[in-house]
Design a protein around this ligand. Sequence first.
Ligand SMILES: Nc1nc2c(ncn2[C@@H]2O[C@H](COP(=O)(O)OP(=O)(O)OP(=O)(O)O)[C@@H](O)[C@H]2O)c(=O)[nH]1
Ligand SMILES: [Mg+2]
Length: 403
Amino acid sequence: MGRLVGIVGKPNVGKSTFFSAATMVDVPIAAYPFTTIKPNRGIGYVTVKCVCRELGVKDEPVNSICKNGLRMIPVELVDCAGLVPGAWQGRGLGNQFLDEVRTADALIHIVDASGGTDLEGRICEVGAHDPLEDLKFLERELDMWMLSILKRKWESISRRGKAGWETLISDLAERLSGLGVKRSVVEQAVRESGLKPENIGNWSETDLVSLVHKLRLTTKPMVVAANKIDVAEARRNLQRIFEAGYKVIPCSAQAELALRILSERSILDYNPGGSTFKILKPNELKEAQMKVLDKVKEEILNPYGSTGVQEIINYAYLKLLGMVVVYPVENVENLTDHDGRVLPDAFLVPPQTTAKQFASMIHSELGEGFLYATEARSKMRVGEDYIVKDRDILSITSTAKRR
Ligand SMILES: Nc1nc2c(ncn2[C@@H]2O[C@H](COP(=O)(O)OP(=O)(O)OP(=O)(O)O)[C@@H](O)[C@H]2O)c(=O)[nH]1
Ligand SMILES: [Mg+2]
């Protein structure tokens, strides 16, 4: 049910720093390539404006956190090993990397916007490397990887595919199902490409490349994180990446990590994704740390509005995956669960989720015995096919309901 977002990119760009800032899991971070060998999995948060403020109630969160009206809903993130050219042929830690990408529903592509690391992640002079090259190369690696999986069985797909549309689409979908490619996506991509089953013997390499490219864009949607924005040279590249047509969000994983660590120790008051912080215990900060915090404020928070890390995670789940937040309650008058807790849970659900599917996410029996759902604001009843909306507060009435 839960969706997984992968943090990807070439070595040494700050993937583990980003992951650590997001999850507060302590992982090795160092200024050389392949620091991460085994992928790290951890729990980060999607943050949304909680409905508690709108409704003027004090909530008692159980499955999530509510901090100053900001609902933090747990999500799973994976920090991958660095990708180097030729990964799809098994170079570097390629196979391991691609194994993680296989299971991811969306990708956060971290680039070193300062241009201070070469294509393989070795430190170079700041500005010497063009991060646009990293974008092209990672996407090409992913496309070539998909293509290689398809080609492994191409002879049989091509022989059987002549029989007609159904067989062709089924075979293609089955071949790529391990990558999370859905049948409907295959069907649409083949249709749009204008390729015909009867001509399959003549499909060219270019046809196949453009087909897998299409499939990859839908199956592994991606947002670009222009990291190391604290380095002055990064600004120019941020603009260039934007102009090249990418969805790109500036970030400083390092700054976010510092702010979250100090906030965990109650030295700062800082909300993830916040545009400001307050120093609570100045005596516990050394002079050098004070200087770093000043720099974070002046050079990152003020000009960019945040460190970018939280914005990127939110973008991945809420925009790339289109997920919405729904609050289940039992009592629509008091907005409580059966223990009397106000707005205890917030569920992040995929787009087009029906009320009945939502009930099953809470508990399978609740879904099986589904009768109707009641929306708490309007007190309107909705049926099993109702598509849940963002910020809905729903009470499920089911034959399975325990009281
Ligand atoms: N200036 C700056 N440096 C950063 C930032 N984020 C990470 N770094 C530094 O970049 C280097 C690499 O960071 P990691 O998080 O280990 O990078 P990685 O992408 O996980 O690297 P591999 O695991 O080797 O692929 C470290 O020296 C970090 O301190 C940032 O926002 N700004
Ligand atoms: Mg790493």
